[in-house]
Design a protein around this ligand. Structure first.
Ligand code: PCA
Length: 212
């Protein structure tokens, strides 16, 4: 049996739940066909520990593909990230009280790493399932971007494809005018995205760009 590692994050910023983990955990054990299954793991929301934790999961599980997910407060759809940048700039402290400002994820590392997932095919598949999705051009500068950068760095030059997905808040986490997505929809959207990532070797040519 081969493994696709799907991570979600623990809650942060005083939230009681993190929908990325609530969704990922429901996909633990889901079969993708051809003797491949999803294994879900939770990451701490802390600059000091998240990367090591991810590295340990990869060493332990020896996955054939890795997709990390996190909550994007303010996101309204399943946001498939294009690029991770070599910057930490935290607007709020992480769960260990650390708040780096303008530090490198890896000193001397490349300015950025691109995802190695077929992000256009993933967006198309999720939309065809009737669920809102888009390509995102920035994963922010908090712990999610750091984990995404470390993931791409760790697997650069290997055949193991990897990337990151931000998910919207899920009720009852957010009320009022904030965008959100029902957990059941989120779970299905992530499942479809992971399946499309596994099934697609060469990405499709379809715009996912933005004008500013
Ligand atoms: N979202 C945060 C970190 C953990 C999470 O779920 C982020 O977007 O950086």
């Amino acid at each position: 049996m081969q493994t696709v590692l799907l991570t979600g994050f623990e809650p942060f910023d005083q939230d009681l739940i993190n929908p990325s983990w609530e969704a990922a955990r429901q996909l633990d054990g889901v079969q993708l066909g051809g003797d491949v299954q999803i294994v879900a793991r939770r990451l701490p929301c802390a600059f000091a520990t998240a990367g090591d934790c991810l590295t340990q999961f990869i060493a332990e599980l020896r996955p054939v593909m890795v997709i990390a997910t996190g909550l994007g407060p303010g996101r309204g759809d399943i946001s498939i990230e294009r690029v991770a940048i070599n910057v930490n700039d935290a607007r709020i402290p992480d769960n260990l009280g650390e708040q780096p400002i303008d530090t490198a994820v890896i000193v001397g590392g490349p300015a950025a790493y691109f995802t190695t997932l077929p992000i256009k095919a993933m967006v198309k598949a999720v939309r065809e399932a009737g669920i809102a999705a888009s390509v995102s051009q920035t994963a922010g500068t908090f712990v999610c971007n750091q984990v995404f950068y470390l993931l791409q760095h760790a697997l650069a030059g290997t055949a193991i494809r990897s990337g990151f997905i931000h998910v919207p808040p899920s009720p009852p986490q957010e009320v009022s005018a904030q965008p959100s997505m029902a957990l059941v929809t989120l779970v299905e959207g992530l499942r479809v995205a992971v399946q499309a990532a596994w099934d697609t070797q060469v990405d499709i040519l379809q715009t996912g760009g933005q004008v500013s």
